[in-house]
Write a protein that binds this ligand. Sequence first.
Ligand code: AP5
Length: 235
Amino acid sequence: MTSGTPTNGSHQRRALHLVFLGPPGAGKGTQAARLAQSAGIPHLSTGDMLRHALALATPTGLEAKQYMDRGELVPFPIILRLVRDKLQDPASARGWVLDGFPRNLEQARAFAEMLGELRREITRVLYFKVSDESVIRRLAGRRICRRCQSPYHLEFSPPKSEGICDRCGGELYQRSDDVEAAIRTRLRVYADETDPLVDFYRRAGVLAAIDGEQEIEGVKRAVDAAVAGASPRAG
Ligand code: AP5
């Protein structure tokens, strides 16, 4: 992997291959959706892919549900197949924002191999640093649009009309893993499995740490600066 840092502020000119890393509820999905829209590239969220498969009641979705509801990682072969299909899709030719993958060292190593085969390199890994207290507060108040997956928060980012998505008019719901027991498991799984990737990508020279404790617009400015090519900061 090399840093392949963009040389100007435009997201439009060269392929951006971005990975968003951080604990559950850190704001990865919120920021990934915004950046993907402004850069005109797909937002590839493995969590959204799994929830979509579940909504369609596919065998993949039904198998994944038991793991997701408990807050555990879904078996790797399922994830690998989903990610590979998306990266090979022509819609990903100009870049992507990966959100929720890779999630442990096994996935990161397989991902590096996959990128080698596809002749792609990671542009930057954005690491969202947020405390456990903020995570719990954010996840407890999160609501998601059933139709377009847009995230809201009852306190920090409320919809204009209660229970209705501003963007598409879809119904807002609470995720089944945004309950106390599953949140605790997700935080433990993050610490054990995913947090080691911070060092992995720091050593690869592609990590940029983002202060995820700021309000949403402040985080967005930090994301834009990191993507526009500010030097990666030590996490
Ligand atoms: P996934 O859907 O990826 O969930 P996650 O990683 O736990 O992350 P979240 O979606 O909960 O949080 P986020 O960081 O995107 O926060 P958001 O922007 O929504 O994975 C779910 C499950 O799927 C996993 O547990 C696992 O079972 C399975 N899975 C997925 N990928 C896998 C993989 N690779 N391998 C194996 N299994 C996998 O923000 C949270 C809330 O805070 C929102 O309400 C938002 O409005 C609010 N908010 C956001 N930013 C701010 C801010 N700056 N200030 C205040 N509030 C904010």
